[in-house]
Design a protein around this ligand. Structure first.
Ligand SMILES: [Zn+2]
Length: 332
């Protein structure tokens, strides 16, 4: 990239050292309302890599949008080396629903809208259903980048420590992804070879396979906008950008980093009110009490304990649970 190179994305031209806002039309609702992906383009004054940052592919994950906004606020295009493509809302129909999924589409016609979760259907299909169209448009942007960050919170009722959840170790760019995650320094890194986060079709898995190292960055809680976490997340994004030599700001690494290999989800065996007893983010030892379930008569019906030594990485913030609901997750 030359010093004077103009950035052009989706027909939008961005001069070096400037920011442009725009959008990419994706589809049209029944009344003709156009639905677009909001776009923020930053063309740094100096040459460097292009980074993709996306949030809210699940509509209740608003703290992710906060992370993206805060990170971009701290970047000065006049000193930036490289370019940024940011999509603060990767699935606008889910944001309108304030839900993980675009409920109006899904309720109208579940079969036509299956698969319904854009996060799961990468690389997507521009001639496919709603989820596949969003994924295809996002993937087209990501393919022009060197690295990508996909920001999430758990869905409503769950709360994560700031954690990088990596694609499986068999992926050929895995070592790059791990270095990237360490550089962002969220404090918790999951290198898990099984489960939903490493499956085919997941945004970060397909991007990493396409040569753009990416992981799922989770923090906070669905349905809640928390500025303190947005600041922490933004710091992680900037740490990553420093590692990519895009900015000259001194990184702020986490005080301690846990690299884990497996999630262990613990579920309720009885229905009742959920009292979480352990502190999220702390080390827990085998047999330690994590949560209690008390039935509606006031009797304690279950004590949920850590089955192994590990780290308490995800809590359940729902006030009541039924048998089978997840109540806590530890990383080991
Ligand atoms: Zn999500």
């Amino acid at each position: 990239m030359s010093d004077k190179e103009i950035m052009e994305v989706a027909g939008i031209k961005v001069q070096p050292g400037t920011i442009q806002r725009g959008s990419i039309p994706v589809l049209e609702l029944a009344d003709g309302t156009p639905i677009s992906l909001p776009l923020i383009l930053i063309n740094g004054a100096k040459p460097g890599p292009r980074l993709y940052i996306g949030s809210a592919i699940h509509g209740d994950e608003v703290t992710g949008i906060g992370v993206l906004i805060e990170a971009l606020k701290r970047i000065d295009p006049k000193t930036l080396s490289g370019q940024i493509i940011a999509v603060p809302v990767q699935q606008p129909l889910s944001l309108y629903a304030d839900h993980r999924l675009p409920l109006a589409q899904l309720l109208k016609s579940p079969l036509d809208q299956s698969p319904s979760d854009a996060w799961l259907v990468f690389p997507g299909d521009k001639n496919g259903n709603v989820a596949q169209r969003f994924a295809a448009n996002i993937f087209e942007l990501i393919k022009t980048c060197k690295y990508a960050i996909d920001i999430h919170t758990p869905t409503r009722g769950g709360r994560y420590v700031p954690i990088a959840i990596l694609p499986a170790s068999k992926e050929k760019n895995f070592s790059d992804v791990l270095e990237f995650a360490k550089a962002m320094s969220p404090g918790y890194i999951m290198c898990n070879d099984t489960g939903i986060y490493v499956e085919n079709g997941i945004l970060c898995v397909e991007c990493t396979r396409a040569g753009i190292p990416c992981f799922t960055f989770e923090l906070g809680e669905g349905g809640r906008l928390e500025d303190e976490l947005a600041q922490i997340g933004a710091t992680c994004v900037l740490n990553g950008m420093h590692w990519m030599s895009m900015i000259d700001v001194k990184p702020t690494p986490a005080k301690k980093t846990y690299i884990m290999k497996q999630f262990i989800g613990l579920r309720a065996e009885h229905g009742g009110l959920l009292y979480t007893e352990a502190e999220l983010g702390t080390e827990v030892s085998k047999g330690q009490l994590l949560a209690r379930i008390v039935n509606v008569f006031g009797d304690e019906v279950q004590r949920v304990v850590a089955p192994l030594d590990g780290v308490f990485v995800r809590s359940t913030t729902l006030s009541n649970v039924a048998s089978g609901d997840r109540v806590a997750t530890i990383g080991v």
